[in-house]
Design a protein around this ligand. Sequence first.
Ligand code: DGI
Ligand code: FE
Ligand code: FE
Length: 202
Amino acid sequence: MLINEEFINSKIIDEYKKLLSIRLNEKRYFHSLCVADEAKRLAKAYGADESKAYLAGLLHDVTKNSPVAEHLQIFSTFGIILTDVEKHGEKLWHAISGSAYVKHFLNIEDEDIISAIRYHTTARADMTKLETVLYLADFTSRDRDYDDVDVMRSLVDKSENEALLYALKYTINELLNKGAAIHPDTVSAYNYVVLKGKENEI
Ligand code: DGI
Ligand code: FE
Ligand code: FE
C-alpha cells in the first residue's frame, strides 16, 4: 500500500467518498469522515495499519442508510443467515450487510478491513487491532456527542483495554435500559476483556 498520506489523498479514496456522499445522508457522511480520521489516529497509537484503519473507518457505515430491501437483498445474494437476535435487531444489519458490500461490490479483499466492518457494532471476543481501532473510533470520533464521550475520549488515549471495557459496559447498559436483546458477540467481547483483566491481576 502507498504510504499513509499518499493513500488518504489518492483518487481511490476520492471515489469512495463520492460513493458515500451519494449513499449516505449528510450527517452520516460527515460521521464516516470523522471515524476515518479517528481510526487513523488510534491505529498510530495502538500499532495498527493507518491506511487500513482510515479505509475501514470511511466505509464502516456504507449501508447504514440503506432501505430494508437492500439489506435483505444482500443477505440473500450472499447466503447470509441471520440469528434470531440479529433478525430482531435492525441496527445490527448494517455491520453485516456493510462488510458484504465492501467485499463483493467494492472488491475490497483485505480480510482485516472486512472483519473490522463486520464487528464494528457488536464487537467480539479477542478482536484484532484493527477491529478494536474501528470499534473505539466509532465512539470517539469528533462528531460524537453522548453523556460519556469525554470519559471515552480520555480512555482511548490512556489504555486500549480500559477503553474497550468502558465502551462495552456503556453499550450493554444502554441495551439493558432499552430492553433490547444483547448480541452474543457483545457478551463474549465483554467477558473476554473482563477475564483478560483478571489474568493480568494474577
Ligand atoms: O452505526 P453507528 O450509529 O455509528 O454505531 P453502531 O454501528 O455502533 O450502532 C449502534 C447501535 O447498535 C446502537 O443503537 C445500539 C446497537 N447495538 C450495539 N450492540 C448491540 C446493539 N443492538 C442490539 N440489539 N444488540 C447489541 O449487542
Ligand atoms: Fe455503525
Ligand atoms: Fe458509525
